[in-house]
Ligand binder design. Structure first.
Ligand code: NAP
Ligand code: ZN
Ligand code: ZN
Length: 347
């Protein structure tokens, strides 16, 4: 077994604290990764605080993982010791159902094994995430990371990157398209960079006036402060697509008003409480309200290769493990530019 150092929460209300556990030795199709960096996603906070329903404790969160392969099973072909590797939001699935066959393992009809707060395919072994020193993962669910990239800035691509890349691509983002991004946090800042890299004109909708300068540096053309409803008027009927990354309850209606006829508002933010909107804001203009969940392994690899080619990486604040609890508070207050990343050496 592999002795693993980690940070875990023991209950919905306890702080994350040092914790040790064991990872499995590699099976023939596994790789063992020594983790270098792990991003802090708002989903980690929702989960460890049981905001989406009761979590299993102890809970080691983290699903934006990059590191180096230190051991491979006998049948592993794509990785060797020393290679860089990434792990995202899930680590296994049935492999046989239609979504798995269509490379959309996040929708597995059998059982998507999420990276933490989930059970392995055996139905009993709990999974633990990337605020840890090592992880053992099936080769098929391990991503290739090119050499020579700023590794700590690559980590957030494994969730924030793919979650925004997937709907941008699905809804045809390219030159000539106008994309709105709601919420400039971890996901939002990646949505701005990716939409811009795909050629679109980007408008950011934010509750934080102090993020305007950053939004423009990240690639946005327009910045709308959402606290004043008047500010939406200028954008009525202008946008092709909205990527909504807001982590809390909000009304979709003013955003829907900024879409062109037939435009799509994609939700990726998962507010713990039900959201609301006026039906009329969807019906007039035949608008579409959609959702999107991360992306499959094939698409995640495509996104990583796209980001390497276009030099799109996350803007991060690198922290030692002892600052994780403080980072959670700052993330909730929207005080992160724009992703916290834990340096696994400090665990
Ligand atoms: P984050 O860094 O905290 O960013 C969220 C942003 O939303 C904040 O920076 C803030 O931006 C805005 N916001 C926060 N509270 C708000 C409120 N009450 N009203 C309006 N705007 C508010 O979080 P994240 O890591 O990007 O994650 C965002 C959400 O996506 C979370 O719910 C997370 O669980 C979810 N998520 C979903 C998927 C998926 O596959 N669908 C994957 C990963 C994460 P401004 O300061 O600009 O207003
Ligand atoms: Zn995430
Ligand atoms: Zn499946």
């Amino acid at each position: 077994m592999i002795q693993t150092k980690a940070y875990a929460a023991q209950s919905p209300t306890s702080l994350l604290q040092p914790y040790q556990f064991q990872r499995r030795d590699p099976r023939p199709d596994d790789v063992v990764i020594e983790i270098a960096f792990c991003g802090i996603c708002h989903s980690d906070i929702h989960t460890v605080r049981s905001e989406w329903g009761p979590a299993a404790y102890p809970c080691v969160p983290g699903h934006e993982i990059v590191g180096r392969v230190i051991q491979v099973g006998k049948k592993v072909k794509r990785f060797k010791v020393g290679d860089l590797a990434g792990v995202g939001c899930f680590v296994d699935s049935c492999g046989k159902c239609p979504p798995c066959k269509a490379n959309e393992e996040q929708f597995c009809e059998g059982h998507t094994v999420f990276t933490y707060n989930s059970k392995e395919l055996d139905g009993k072994t709990p999974t633990q995430g990337g605020y840890s020193s090592h992880i053992t993962v099936r080769e098929k669910f391990t991503l290739k990371i090119k050499k020579g990239l700023p590794l700590e800035r690559v980590a957030p691509l494994l969730c924030a990157g793919i979650t925004t890349y997937s709907p941008l691509k699905r809804y045809g983002t390219k030159k000539g398209k106008k994309v709105g991004v709601v919420g400039l946090g971890g996901l939002g800042h990646m949505a701005v960079k990716l939409a811009k890299a795909m050629g679109a004109e980007v408008t950011v909708f934010s509750t934080s006036p102090n993020k305007e300068v950053d939004a423009k540096k990240l690639g946005a053309k327009n910045f709308v402060i959402t606290k004043d409803p008047q500010n939406f008027q200028k954008y009525a009927g202008k946008l092709d697509l909205i990527i909504d990354t807001v982590s809390a309850k909000h009304d979709f209606s003013p955003y829907l008003s900024t879409l062109k006829i037939g435009g799509t508002h994609v939700l990726v933010g998962v507010a713990p409480e039900p959201n609301q909107f006026a039906a009329i804001s969807l019906i007039f203009g035949r608008k579409v309200l959609a959702g999107s969940l991360i992306g499959g392994i094939k698409e995640t690899q495509e996104m990583l290769d796209f980001c390497a080619r276009k030099k799109v990486f996350s803007d991060i604040e690198l922290i030692p493990a002892e600052k994780i609890n403080e980072a959670y508070e700052r993330t909730i207050k929207g005080q992160v530019k724009y992703r916290f990343v834990v340096d696994a050496k400090t665990l």
